[in-house]
Design a protein around this ligand. Structure first.
Ligand code: 5GP
Ligand code: ZN
Length: 115
């Protein structure tokens, strides 16, 4: 828990968020500025800055985050229509929050190209 990290504070319940899934390892909540009809962020409760620090996490935790992404997509009703899972890492990606997070985007046709 990093008290100056907005996502750690959401996990701790110190900042309000629309949480759609939470267990002792993973939290998922609606993005405050949605870029698709469904836009949910899925994060490990443990703080790491980005995927660059993935080696600091238990591989099983990373797996749980991906499984939670699939769960929230299914519960949001977009498993069949489709969705995109995105994690921005570092300056060129435009990462703005430095706590590893995966965007689940769907509910409408998504634009391409990615890069
Ligand atoms: P990034 O640009 O780092 O990949 O994505 C950060 C995301 O976090 C953005 O889509 C932004 O809208 C979202 N975000 C930033 N602050 C908050 C917040 O306080 N609450 C919620 N729910 N989302 C946030
Ligand atoms: Zn954090």
């Amino acid at each position: 828990m990093s008290s100056d990290c907005i996502f750690c504070r959401i996990v701790a319940g110190e900042i309000p968020a629309t949480i759609v899934y939470q267990d002792d390892q993973v939290t998922a909540f609606k993005d405050i500025q949605p870029q698709a009809t469904v836009h949910i962020l899925v994060i490990p409760n443990q703080h790491v800055a980005s995927l660059n620090e993935a080696d600091r996490l238990d591989p099983a935790l990373l797996g749980r985050v991906l499984q939670a992404a699939a769960t929230v997509a299914r519960e949001a009703g977009i498993a069949e229509s489709g969705y995109r899972l995105v994690t921005n890492t570092g300056p060129d990606s435009g990462q703005t929050v430095h706590h590893l997070h995966f965007h689940v985007l769907g509910g409408n046709p998504l634009r391409l190209p990615l890069g």
